[in-house]
Design a protein around this ligand. Sequence first.
Ligand SMILES: [Mg+2]
Ligand SMILES: [Zn+2]
Length: 238
Amino acid sequence: MKVTVPRPQKRPVAEIDFCYVNGALPSFAWPPCLQGEGHQTRDSQLLDKRETSRKAVFLDRDGTLNKNTHYLIDFGSFELIPGVASALRLFQKLNYSLFVVSNQSGVARGYFPLEAVEALHRKIASHMTDLGIRLEEFVFCPHHPEGTIAAYAKECECRKPKPGMLRYLAAKYDIDMAGSFMVGDNESDALAGANAGAQGVWLKADAGVLPLTRQVDNRANIKEFVSLLDFAESLKGH
Ligand SMILES: [Mg+2]
Ligand SMILES: [Zn+2]
């Protein structure tokens, strides 16, 4: 079923209110909203670099790429879900750029510092490179309204299902959102995609048992698949 999603107006990166970006490979930039909090832009020129509009698959991390161990911070506990590497290679073959978009409220909850998330993402990115997979950038939201670390205990514009992180990437990489997907194991992942003008994909063990699509504020449908590979296979021939 073909779903038409209204194409969002493109906004300059600087106007977007978003949270935290960890560009693991190869770019690295701090978002404007944190620059006043002691961070500095390390690679600001990348924000001006535009390429031809491209399609993307935005990927949730825990429970989507790796088995969900809850508040993962140690790379030693990082375990790819079977079929994920094949799925990611297939996305690449179909000319989708890959990004990781993750809620990491463990920072706000004081379980681990921001830098530890960053370090983990660099290791994941490097591991993926060894597998022939290029993850363009990792973006994560460190906030949570009920956090214990004051700096991150807030309602923000990024925490999925809000679209802040996706909007940031869309503007930075000139992404054709209508032709792109946000995939995850939680409904909030798929909703974030729909809220950003992309297609939401919800990975569910029981997909197909429930109705395959549902309305989201009359704006977009969410597709359901049993696995990332299943979804990737569905894109063949499109
Ligand atoms: Mg998840
Ligand atoms: Zn946030």
